[in-house]
Ligand binder design. Structure first.
Ligand code: ASP
Length: 300
């Protein structure tokens, strides 16, 4: 189908004309080119981007880059939504989710992991060392130990204090954009034109015990197809899961959307969900020519 027809079939024009759409937020976009290394990520994480960049400058692959990049965030006790220092669930347990995908379409993910901060690297091990895509909970932790990952307490003093304060009122609702840091989703293209992505999170603060968000779900929080491009997400996982966000962005790019148009289209779909003023959702994307896009539901 020609791109113009495909857009019409999706009813693009109608949605753009609808009120409220103008308030949606265009973020920065850039273009590198095939075979020109590139790293993009959700939120301002210069140290993580730098680590990813340096990995590629030292002949690492795009997959090495994204796993090394998000590892910086996972090890930062001051970040409250990734790795150590991530806010716990309602019971005071820090449970982490992560996923990775490479340029061959391989995928790995871990959900509901306690006691191990480098969950993106663990997801990579699932991808490379097992016949599976997802390992959950105790099984993922057993696998982490077997693979030599270090076990540690991820509930920092600061997180415990914040949790105890939260317990006083137990308000449960997504809070828009007061975070200074959130789920890290990172996409990279290396000098061979190979795309990879990683996504790592502690999920929503004070979530229900057992809750899993979009970040470890292939196609929701992350999707890579080297023939087309890659996308990753941050924000309220429930809103992203319901539109299979990252996979749809890649599919739209396959049918001719630019990364920017594809991110906007999926955010537009999310904007139709109820309660849409009370949560944030954001995607970043890159196509296999190194053109990028990013779009968010709310300012910030
Ligand atoms: N997407 C993550 C989740 O829902 C949270 C976030 O990005 O803040 O688990």
């Amino acid at each position: 189908m020609k791109r113009r027809h495909f857009i019409q079939a999706l009813g693009w024009g109608t949605g753009v004309a609808a009120g409220g759409w103008k308030s949606l937020q265009k973020l920065t976009s850039l273009k590198s080119g095939v075979g020109e290394p590139l790293v993009i990520s959700t939120w301002r994480v210069p140290d993580s981007n730098e680590a990813a960049w340096q990995t590629m400058m030292n002949n690492g692959s795009a997959l090495d880059a994204v796993v090394n990049g998000v590892a910086i965030d996972e090890a930062d006790p001051n970040g409250s939504t990734v790795g150590i220092g991530g806010r716990p669930d309602r019971e005071g347990q820090v449970t982490l989710d992560a996923s990775v995908m490479d340029h061959n379409g391989n995928a790995g993910s871990v959900v509901y992991v306690q006691g191990f901060k480098h969950v993106a690297a663990l997801a990579r091990k699932v991808m490379e060392e097992t016949p599976h895509v997802i390992l959950a909970g105790a099984g993922a932790e057993q696998f982490a130990s077997e693979q030599g990952f270090k076990e540690e307490d991820l509930l920092t003093e600061g997180s415990e204090k914040a949790w105890k304060k939260w317990l006083e009122e137990k308000n449960y609702q997504p809070v828009i954009n007061i975070e200074n840091h959130d789920t890290i989703g990172m996409l990279a293209m290396d000098s061979q034109g190979h795309l990879s992505g990683a996504c790592s999170t502690s999920g929503l603060a004070y979530k229900m015990n057992g809750r899993v968000g979009d970040s470890p779900i292939i196609g929701a929080g992350l999707f890579v197809d080297n023939e087309v491009g890659a996308a990753t997400a941050t924000g309220l996982g429930e809103s992203i899961l319901k539109v299979a966000g990252s996979a749809i962005i890649v599919e739209l790019m396959r049918h001719g959307y630019t990364p920017q148009e594809a991110c906007e289209e999926v955010i537009k779909r999310i904007s139709r969900q109820k309660n849409n003023k009370n949560f944030q959702a954001c995607f970043i994307a890159v196509n296999n020519e190194g053109e990028t896009g990013a779009f968010a539901l709310q300012p910030g």
